[in-house]
Ligand binder design. Structure first.
Ligand code: URA
Length: 264
């Protein structure tokens, strides 16, 4: 290489370094003295990528979705009862009778329990066994009778075998029916008997001992309904000392009803 050319190239390199170029960008060295490469053939236009269309998946009708649809269609208590009776459930296969409700639907006060037991299953009415008899006595102690002043239903309309606690799946299946039941009855107040209805309806994580003793708000399409969780009468039969708390809840219920009656 001639000395002049060499000096010129070194000077150009130094200039690059001065400008901050400190690494080669191409992986392969580029021979700038080689004959110019023939023009490359024009790159072919990229092939159009066919649009991938996913066939619409059929909506999966879960049992709870089916229940929601059926519940929404029921425009009377009779229609709701029939819709529940028509809905497939393993509980329906093992139970004897559907336990829908009892008492006075337009009384303004609705009680919600957990699930029918053996006596309720046999007779097809809620709270007719020993815990129901205690419940009637408790309500009578604040001047309320089933035949005049309140209406009763349960989270589950069928007895779980062996009176076991309802599973989350069973509650999810029947909750749309219960919500429709409440919407049709339009109670002014709701008494929630035990942890299962309290947690399911109020979507609460706390247990009944934390939830009880104060009014909560049950959001409904027609407007929120005040709901008072209290202890389940079956629990009171096992733990009589807890009747003190249940009594305090009933006094709160009575005062609220009296306060609203006085306010007109
Ligand atoms: N326990 C309930 O929760 N409901 C009934 O109907 C009877 C017992």
């Amino acid at each position: 290489m001639q000395a002049g050319l060499r000096e010129e190239l070194l000077a150009a390199l130094r200039l690059q370094i001065d400008w901050g170029v400190d690494e080669a960008l191409d992986a392969a060295p580029l021979d700038r003295f080689a004959a110019p490469a023939p023009p490359r053939e024009q790159a072919a236009a990229p092939l159009p990528i066919p649009a991938v269309t996913t066939p619409a998946l059929p909506a999966i009708a879960t049992p709870a979705a089916i229940a929601t649809g059926r519940a929404a269609e029921a425009d009377s208590l009779e229609a709701l009862r029939a819709a529940i009776a028509d809905t497939d459930s393993p509980l329906r296969d093992t139970a004897t009778n559907l336990v829908f409700a009892d008492g006075v639907a337009d009384s303004g006060l609705m009680l919600v329990g957990e699930a029918p037991g053996a006596d309720e299953d046999r007779l097809g009415r809620p709270f007719v066994g020993v815990s129901g008899q205690l419940l009637d006595r408790m309500m009578a102690s604040i001047g309320l009778e089933r035949s005049k002043n309140f209406y009763l239903t349960n989270i589950l309309p069928w007895r779980p075998p062996g009176n076991r606690t309802p599973t989350d799946g069973e509650i999810a299946l029947f909750l749309p029916f219960l919500l429709r039941h409440i919407a049709l009855v339009r109670p002014r107040h709701i008494l929630l008997l035990g942890g299962t209805p309290a947690k399911s309806l109020l979507r609460a994580k706390d247990g009944i001992t934390r939830l009880r003793g104060r009014w909560h708000s049950l959001p409904m399409e027609q407007g929120a309904i005040p709901a008072l969780p209290t202890l389940h009468p079956a629990y009171l039969l096992r733990s009589p000392a807890a009747k003190r708390e249940a009594w305090a809840d009933l006094v709160l219920l009575r005062r609220t009803l009296d306060g609203e009656a006085a306010a007109g």
